[in-house]
Design a protein around this ligand. Structure first.
Ligand code: GLC
Length: 636
């Protein structure tokens, strides 16, 4: 049962697609107040678990921290952070009388889940203009499925999107890409995609290709496809301000960029230097921006990743002016004052809340200040692409994922979890985040495997890939200047081949499970408690996940570990996939076990009475031969 409530004059975010009548009076657990902003508060029982919040920090059980939905380009996802790139305002309180709540509010909103007072859940935002949806049901899983129906079916990628992709910020020339292809093909490691980061563009201009480095780009796209690899270019939110650049000229002329209060186009510096932000919340501007993806599609491109769409701002013209005058003042008059203040001023330039108040969207003829709808930008950039794909090639599936998102975007694309680090703690964060994302509709998701920032180690990359075997988006990506972490960069490449081959052996099962989950508003990754609601021990397990109806996974995420402890809520078959298409099986009884898992192995647990198809590995998804399928599992 879902009930809808309206407070004040909410913005239509388009997160929910199911039409519902609103209730007259609040008849739910918890107190609400619409004076001095909006607040919801609820006293939690000690045993209540709070699920949800999609892409957010910390655990699967969200209790004990304060989370702020405020899409933020912050590459340091340390434990103390409150905001990441997405805003997914759906929570489920799982206790005696479980219920879910979705706060459909497009600006900053705070979820204090037992942080200020351990039994108090309190959700607050500045304006009392929002929709609230309250869902009750049998249990948390049932509530999630009802929520998912309300927000519409999740995006389904093309099948090649389940292949393995290699990425790195810094590939510049055709030869850089050929080198990656060669590294994989010569070592017999499957590969379906190579991602093109910002350097493929001419001066970081969206919908351009570097003229000197990629003469005859279409031919190059074809050359890669002949080797069964698709190139997947990045598209950034900001459009470079440059006379003569068609996207800039058109946008400026038609008034499709976000504007300052005085009607001039707002300028913010990102990778290309000063840019304008396309007003993707305005329908016409969205259509216009989306239509430009055709430039690359016409050259054979079948997938994209949308980036910097919080939107990230390095600095604005106004911010820079303010800093300059502060510095002059500092140099002339403030010699004795603290240098830290100077540092803070410089740091405060990026993604400043002040800047988000400096520009406006034109929505249905009305000017809406950006900060009021901040969390919808990434969603609408990706929607621009999704709506355009439907026009450019109706019915064709494109690969599409975004960095920033709001619920609703899950219908148009997936997400990757942004700039993590080559840290073991981020592998664990990745594991815990996946089911929460699924609850909020984001099924096609994954992290930068091996870690984006900082130097990776061989064992970290192997362990992370072994988890990545199961994430719908399986991509190794790293930042410029960090240690190279392509699979062929390390000793004993065989170990990497074995792990990535395991992905390909499982693709028929994983893709099928994914499509079923998307079609049925179901989850691909689930917490154990969703499958075993009566098992009180399972409720506390956060480092093992269920996949579909058949599997449980328990990845190893600590350095130098020879294996790990695992909890089996029922008897299961423990399977270890290893290189050369081998595997071992062993039946383990319900309860606690220590299982050994070597670096080159991918562990998985098959549930009693279930089996999964496993095929011979192939160099790319299209070459998978279903004739080679065998079934692994047992009747029990
Ligand atoms: C952002 C992205 C990252 C990309 C970089 C350069 O930091 O999150 O994935 O490599 O920009 O484009």
């Amino acid at each position: 049962m879902v009930r809808k409530y309206v407070f004040g004059n909410p913005f239509e975010t388009d997160a929910v697609i199911e039409k519902m009548k609103a209730e007259q009076a609040w008849q739910e657990p918890g107190e609400i107040s619409a004076e001095n902003g909006f607040s919801f508060s609820y006293i939690m029982e000690e045993t209540d678990i709070v699920y949800g919040l999609g892409e957010s920090n910390r655990g699967l059980n969200k209790r004990g921290w304060r989370y702020i939905s405020d899409c933020t380009d912050d590459p340091n996802h340390t434990e103390d952070k409150n905001s990441l790139y997405g805003a997914h305002n759906f929570i489920v309180i799982s206790g005696k009388k479980p219920f879910g709540i979705f706060f459909d509010y497009p600006s900053k909103i705070t979820f204090d889940i037992g942080y200020t007072r351990s039994d108090l859940l309190s959700v607050n935002c500045e304006n009392a203009d929002l929709y609230l949806y309250v869902i009750d049901g049998k249990n948390a899983y049932d509530i999630v499925k009802q929520f998912r129906r309300m927000i519409g079916k999740s995006y389904i990628p093309p099948k090649f999107g389940f292949g393995f992709g290699q990425s790195r910020w810094g590939y510049k020339t055709k030869d850089d890409f050929r080198k990656v292809l060669k590294g994989y093909r010569e070592n017999g490691i499957p590969l379906d995609m190579i991602y093109m980061d910002i350097d493929y563009m001419q001066a970081y201009k969206d919908f351009t290709v570097h003229e000197e480095n990629f003469p005859d780009f279409a031919r190059f796209v074809q050359e890669m496809k002949e080797s069964d690899v698709r190139l997947i270019p990045i598209i950034d939110a900001g459009v470079k301000i440059e006379k003569g650049y068609d996207v800039y000229e058109e946008g400026a002329e038609k008034g499709y960029f976000c504007k300052r209060e005085d009607g001039s186009d707002f300028a913010a510096a990102v990778w290309p230097g000063y840019t304008h932000f396309p007003d993707v919340l305005n329908k016409e501007a969205r259509e216009w921006f989306g239509s430009h993806y055709k430039f690359l599609i016409d050259q054979g491109i079948e997938g994209f990743w949308n980036d910097m769409n919080e939107p990230a701002i390095f600095y604005s013209r106004e911010g820079m002016e303010e800093l300059k005058s502060y510095m002059l003042e500092y140099a002339n008059e403030k010699e004795d004052s603290s240098p830290w203040e100077l540092g803070d001023k410089v740091e405060g330039l990026a993604n400043s809340p002040e800047d988000y108040k400096r520009f406006y969207h034109c929505i249905d003829g009305k000017m809406v200040r950006h900060d009021k709808v901040h969390n919808l930008y990434g969603f609408n950039m990706t929607r621009a692409a999704g709506e355009a794909f439907e026009k450019i090639a109706p019915g064709k599936r494109f690969l599409m994922f975004s960095r920033s998102s709001y619920i609703g975007m899950h219908r148009y694309g997936g997400i990757w979890t942004g700039d993590n680090k080559s840290w073991w703690s981020h592998l664990l964060l990745n594991i815990k985040m996946m089911p929460s994302l699924n609850m909020c509709g984001f099924l096609y998701s994954g992290a930068d495997l091996g870690g984006f920032g900082a130097d990776a180690t061989r064992d970290l990359v192997l362990r992370w890939l072994a988890f990545g075997v199961f994430t719908p988006l399986m991509r190794n990506h790293s930042a410029i200047g960090t240690r190279e972490q392509e699979a062929y960069q390390f000793e004993n490449v065989d170990d990497f081949r074995g792990i990535i081959e395991t992905r390909y052996r499982l693709i028929p099962y994983l893709y099928d499970t994914y499509v079923k989950a998307a079609e049925n508003n179901d989850m691909y990754f689930k917490p154990l408690a969703f499958e075993y609601p009566e098992d009180t021990f399972a409720a506390g397990v956060e480092d093992q996940l269920m996949i579909g109806k058949e599997l449980m996974i328990a990845p190893v995420y600590t350095q130098n570990a020879k294996g790990r402890y695992v909890y089996l809520p029922e008897e299961m078959m423990f399977v270890k996939f290893t290189k050369d298409s081998c595997y071992t099986t062993e039946i383990l009884e319900k309860g606690h076990h220590y299982v050994e898992v070597a670096l080159r192995e991918v562990p998985v647990f098959i549930r009693k009475g279930k089996s999964i198809p496993v095929v011979r590995p192939a160099r790319c998804v299209e070459k998978i031969d279903m004739e080679t399928a065998e079934y692994i599992g047992y009747k029990g």
